[in-house]
Structures are given as C-alpha cells and as structure tokens.
Design a protein around this ligand. Structure first.
Ligand SMILES: Cc1cc2nc3c(=O)[nH]c(=O)nc-3n(C[C@H](O)[C@H](O)[C@H](O)COP(=O)(O)OP(=O)(O)OC[C@H]3O[C@@H](n4cnc5c(N)ncnc54)[C@H](O)[C@@H]3O)c2cc1C
Length: 380
C-alpha cells in the first residue's frame, strides 16, 4: 500500500466508549485518524448509556487489572482537565459480601498486592456506618478509596471532542458496512465511500459480530433502574458511596443520587442473551423489573421499591468475561477491542491508549496477553 492512496493512518469503527477513547489517544499520538459512528456521538443505544458508571480500583474480577485501572484513573484526570468537564466523582466504592466469596477475595488481593488505599469494615461497623444497606450475617465491606462514579455520555463526548481538536475526522450517522483487509492496508466500506487506511481499530461494542463475525462476543441486555429514597440526604455522594454487592446469587451495583431524586441500581444477569444487537427491545414486561424491585426491598429498604424510571442497555460478553483486545491473527492490520463483559467503561481511556500502541507500535507495555483474540477462533 503506498501512502499516496491513504485517506488516513487509522480508521476507528464505532465511537462509543472504546472508540472515542481510541480516536483521542491515536490523535494525541500524532496519527491521522478517521472515525465512524453509526448513530451520533454519545448516543444512548449501546453499552455506554445510562448516566453513570462505577469506577473501582479494588477489583472483583482480579488484581491483575489494577495496573490498567491505575493508568485509566490518570487518563480520566487528563481527559477531565483537557475538556473542562467533571467526568469523575470521587465517592469511593464499597464492596459488600461474605469475606470468602471469590469477588471479595479478589478485592482483598487487589488492595494488598497493589497497596491500594482502603478500609476493611467488619459487619457491625459496616452496618452502623452505612445503615442504608441491609446486611446478611457475616457480610463485611471493603471501602476502595480511589473508587467513584464516571459520567459515560459526557466522557464519550469529551474524548470525541478532544480527538477532533487534535485533527481526527469523525463521521457521525455513518455506518461501516465492511472492513476489508488486504494489500498491506484496510478498506473501510460505508454506504457512500470506500476509505483506504493503514490500520483499522474495530470498537463496535455489541455490534462487533456484524463486522467480525468470528469474534466470540455475545450480546447481553443490562437493565438499569432508578429508585427514590425516603430520606434523600442519606443517599447523596457524601454519605452513600458507589457500591457493588454479591449476596445469595444476586449481583447488585449502584450509585448515589446524582439527579437530585433517585439512586441508580443495576442487577447483572437478569436478562437472556440476544441473537444480535439489533434485537434489543427497550419495552420491558413488568416481570423484567421484579428482580430489581425484590433486590431493593431485601437489601436497600430505605428506597421505594418501584423504579421511578428504567432503561435497557447492552454489552458484548465473552465466555470468560475477559475482553478481546489485539490484532486479528488472520488480519494483523485490524485491531479489535470488544467483549468488555459489563465492566469495561472504567478502563476505556487505557484501552484507547492500548489501541494506539497496538496500531502505531505493533505492541503495548500493558499485559493484555490474556485478552488475545487468538484464544478464540477468530478470522475476518
Ligand atoms: C447498563 C450497563 C452498566 C454498566 N456498568 C458499568 C460500570 O459501572 N462500570 C464499568 O466499568 N463498566 C460498566 N459497563 C460496561 C461498559 O459500559 C462497557 O463495557 C463499555 O461501554 C463497552 O464499550 P464499547 O466501546 O465496546 O461499546 P459501545 O460503547 O456500545 O460502543 C460501540 C459503538 O460502536 C458503534 N457501532 C457499532 N457498529 C458500527 C458500525 N458498523 N459502524 C459505525 N458504528 C458502529 C455503536 O453505535 C456504538 O456507539 C456497563 C454496561 C452496561 C450496558
């Protein structure tokens, strides 16, 4: 491929959480970037909608994530400063559960292995400091001081704006229909044009399989619900940190009041996977909200158990709940970032940097070997 025929160095396909951050980091590294988003920037239809996302450093999923999380935290600060937007609210994050549950063991290993600022709250202390949570016998809390809340739509917007300010050309309402590797580069096909680039980064979230069908990512809906507290003052960011809790097979997470009236709660794994991203329906039967109401009734008795609003989002999931990050074995000029399995948002800026490393340098200093696409049967 001769440079004379190139429309850009790198095309970023999908400008949600990972794509907007990839465009920003690539443009910041000096690359000529073309970006494509099928809807408008910061839309509400994919994995990055719903007002807030938890940031946790003491990680349920394993201490091996902490170096990524540390760098992500720095980059959230850099993006907030560059954009002048408040993207991160430092509320801390409380993990609740029995101490020998695997996620709680991982949280403890994260704080000890990586010397993270934290507080272990024994059952009685947790109950007296955070009476908003109704506890089971033996449950404890681990307060992750570096935790907090992110504003996803604002963050995507801020990253896209920074990318544009650094020269990236981002096309909105432009769906990519195909990615064709070959001749030492990649052709990106839209309804109107064919673009030639040196490398492509596919960050299509739940839509990934439409472009790279063999990447083993399934689409799972996640329902978010907002509940009104009886005593609003007890659920503000100053008294009610973000939380994540595993009790009796219920995996509940939530945030303090950010909208002046309600606490957001989510409950993973209550909806069946979908055949594809286009099959998402946001019109839920009453029965779909019942598990969330039941969980609130059991664990957060100070909230009125009928959600005052709800919405359905979706994320791409892998079988091992570890993302797919890397060049495709059969097409090394195509880098895929997908399958963030319900916990990727907090790391989006560091994955954006990794996308830049992989496309511009051919490798990264971060340990992403366990995320290799070659662990699945992948081909374009
Ligand atoms: C309800 C919910 C709650 C969550 N809570 C947390 C949390 O608290 N903390 C956390 O860290 N993570 C959380 N996550 C996970 C996190 O939000 C996701 O892992 C992350 O947003 C995935 O980003 P993505 O870029 O892969 O997908 P998306 O953000 O959906 O971006 C994909 C983009 O690609 C575009 N696109 C797709 N196909 C094409 C095409 N052919 N052409 C052009 N554009 C295309 C889409 O329109 C979309 O904008 C949550 C997820 C959900 C759904």
């Amino acid at each position: 491929m001769t440079t004379a025929h190139l429309d850009a160095d790198v095309a970023v396909v999908g400008l949600g959480a990972m794509g907007s951050m990839s465009a920003w980091r690539l443009a910041r590294a000096g690359a000529r970037v073309l970006g494509f988003e099928q809807f408008g920037i910061a839309h509400d239809r994919g994995a990055a909608g719903g007002e807030s996302r938890l940031f946790r450093m003491a990680y349920h999923e394993g201490p091996e994530y902490v170096p990524l999380l540390r760098r992500a935290r720095e980059l959230w600060g850099e993006l907030a400063a560059a954009s002048g937007r408040e993207l991160f609210l430092p509320t801390g994050c409380l993990s609740i559960g029995l101490p020998d549950l695997p996620p709680m063991v991982n949280v403890r290993r994260s704080v000890t292995d990586h010397d993270l600022e934290h507080e272990v709250l024994a059952h009685d202390e947790l109950a007296s400091r955070y009476p908003q949570h109704r506890l089971h016998d033996g449950e404890i809390g681990i307060h992750d001081v570096a935790g907090g809340m992110l504003r996803p739509e604002l963050a995507v917007l801020a990253a896209a704006q920074q990318a544009r300010a650094l020269g990236a050309r981002l096309h909105e309402h432009t769906a990519v229909r195909a990615i064709e590797p070959g001749d030492g580069g990649v052709t990106v096909v839209t309804d109107e044009e064919r673009y030639r680039v040196r490398r492509a980064v596919v960050t299509a979230g739940p839509w990934t399989r439409e472009l790279v069908p063999d990447v083993a990512v399934t689409v799972k809906p996640i329902v978010l619900t907002w509940f009104a507290p009886a005593d609003l003052s007890a659920y503000g960011p100053d008294r009610f940190p973000a939380f994540i809790r595993d009790t009796d097979g219920v995996h509940l997470f939530g945030c303090p009041v950010l909208d002046g009236m309600s606490v957001k709660c989510g409950y993973a794994d209550v909806r069946e996977p979908l055949p594809g991203a286009r099959d998402l329906t946001r019109d839920l039967p009453d029965s779909a909200l019942r598990p969330l109401s039941d969980a609130v009734r059991r664990f957060l008795p100070g909230l009125h158990p009928e959600p005052i609003r709800h919405n359905v989002y979706m994320d791409g999931y892998t079988a091992d709940r570890t993302a797919v990050v890397g060049a495709l074995p059969a097409a090394p000029s195509v880098v895929v970032l997908a399958g963030f399995s319900g916990h990727g948002f907090k790391m989006a800026p560091v994955f954006g940097s990794i996308a830049a490393d992989l496309t511009l340098e051919g490798g990264t200093a971060f340990d992403v070997a366990r995320m290799s696409p070659s662990r699945f049967d992948v081909a374009v």
